[in-house]
Design a binder for this molecule. Sequence first.
Ligand code: NAP
Length: 247
Amino acid sequence: MKTLILGGTREARDLAAIASGEQGFDVVSSLAGRVRDPLLPVGAVRVGGFGGVDGLREWLVANEIEAVVDATHPFAGIISAHVAAAAADLPLVHLRRPSWSEQPGDRWIRVPDLPTAAKTVAAQGNRVFLTIGRQGVGVFAGLTRPWFLIRAIDPPEVTLPPKHELLLARGPFTVADESRLLADRRIDLLVTKDSGGDQTDAKLTAARSAGLPVVMVDRPPLPEGAVVLENVAQVWDWLRSAAEQSG
Ligand code: NAP
């Protein structure tokens, strides 16, 4: 079964590694091309946008795709909406790792989006650790009072807030490293997206231990009626039964 995996996540790479080795599956992974030196999935890979819903629909037809797995990051809301529209006639599943959940000792401030996160920072942040990736950092550019520690894999290509330090690093990070960072930079507020998973959650444990508030940005919604599974094993089962049904 010719399968497209929309990727850019560890789950997408894990799924590609499983499916690429299986008889009866012909898998191609797709990356947006945002990261300069991406971790590449096993097997065939294409890189770059499709050109909106119409471009994606054409690409699916031209490449005779029979099933699609949207294994993009929970905050990649546009491509998830695009694929729901473009692959409406195909078996399609969205792989979404569970959200993070608050634990005793956490001081989370849940906000619906980045602009609301910026308002919260303006109101109560002095030394702010911004761990939202490099996209979206521009929303904080107008905040001239707080100092920011901005962590991203590649340098942001947008205007940054005037007082900041840029830290280029790729997770996973340890709790000890995160705790040291919070203490060294005298952080008093952490801002993160609710990415979920265990690759980048050490900062939450460190913030809890330090008693720091965390501005937690909620995920964008998935398209209505979307089929959603939360881990690679479930999606692999789903793919195998889709292959059986397609005969
Ligand atoms: P997005 O806002 O949902 O999508 C913007 C545009 O990027 C889409 O319209 C599409 O362009 C292109 N695109 C996105 N994902 C693609 C993919 N897997 N293959 C081909 N084209 C793709 O996406 P984003 O938030 O910029 O994320 C881009 C990529 O980075 C995704 O693969 C995602 O899994 C990964 N990622 C994102 C985050 C995050 O926080 N957003 C974090 C880690 C990894 P066209 O309209 O031209 O098709």
